[in-house]
Design a protein around this ligand. Structure first.
Ligand code: NAD
Length: 253
């Protein structure tokens, strides 16, 4: 049966792959993203989707976007709080307060605003699935990445707690924890971590491969496979879980 899927940060990377994969199986998709050019490209690729420019840290913009989704569909079956940013890299004593705050704002507060809306509509429906994109960084420590790691651990707490709050109302809440995903974003992260730690990009890249038991990175489609499974009838008893899609991370340093 066709589902109504909302995805934040849905105009590129994992979010766009989620949007494409859900749309390909006949679901209705609404996405928002702060990158207007990426939103325009996503809209062109998926003319039937609701695609809007909105920043997840802006309560008014999110209320407007989500309000339009609610008006169009009457609710939502799956809400993916996916928008995220890598934040700054460096020793904590050198980190800028504003950069710390901006990272927490997008990754954690953005998810709060998205989940708050999802909780309201899904509690009313008595059904639904919230998927929060955390990270293997939400299960391990990563030197020089304190704001991102703190935010991603925070999302695990958000997931566990919302699963308790909403479970009795029939709403499931799970986190996706991707490992290193092939793509532009990890290319940028590798460059940033190399600069912060004095290693070469090849060394940082090799460290991510060596740190996973399966000795490989993952793809956005691997992450989408897990999301589609959780959104399928086969996932109907799964809630409060952090689903790592990472080839089993043994260590991140
Ligand atoms: P990406 O940069 O390709 O995509 C993220 C999208 O979010 C972009 O389109 C960006 O414009 C959007 N975005 C950023 N800030 C926003 C804001 N304030 N409001 C609305 N949209 C915003 O990155 P990705 O790899 O697809 O990341 C998606 C999620 O997966 C993030 O939460 C990220 O932390 C997480 N993640 C990624 C990896 C990885 O290796 N790529 C690993 C673990 C977790």
């Amino acid at each position: 049966m066709s589902q109504r899927i909302v995805i934040t940060g849905g105009a590129s990377g994992i979010g766009l792959t989620l949007a494409r994969r859900f749309a390909a199986r006949g679901d209705r998709v609404a996405l928002c993203d702060s990158d207007a050019a990426a939103v325009a490209a996503a809209q062109k690729a998926m003319p039937d989707a609701i695609a809007e420019t909105a920043d997840v840290t802006d309560p008014a913009a999110m209320d407007a976007f989500l309000g339009r989704v609610e008006a169009a569909w009457g609710g939502a079956d799956v809400v993916c709080a996916n928008a995220g940013t890598g934040g700054p890299a460096g020793r904590i004593e050198d980190l800028d307060h504003d950069a710390w705050r901006a990272c927490l704002d997008v990754n954690l507060t953005g998810a709060f605003l998205t989940c708050r809306w999802a909780a309201r509509v899904m509690r009313r429906q008595g059904a639904g699935l919230i998927l929060v994109t955390s990270s293997t960084s939400g299960l391990h420590g990563v030197p020089h990445r304190t704001p991102y790691v703190a935010a991603k651990w925070g999302l695990v707490g958000l997931t566990k707690t919302l699963a308790m709050e909403l479970g009795p109302a029939g709403v499931r809440v799970n986190a996706l924890a991707p490992g290193a995903v092939e793509g532009d974003r990890m290319d940028r992260v590798v460059a940033m971590e190399a600069a912060a730690s004095g290693r070469t990009e090849a060394e940082v890249r090799a460290q991510y491969v060596e740190g996973a038991s399966l000795r490989s990175w993952v793809t956005a489609d691997d992450v989408a496979d897990t999301a589609l499974f959780l959104a399928s009838p086969a996932g109907h008893r799964i809630s409060g879980q952090v689903m790592a899609v990472d080839g089993h991370t043994e260590r991140m340093v």
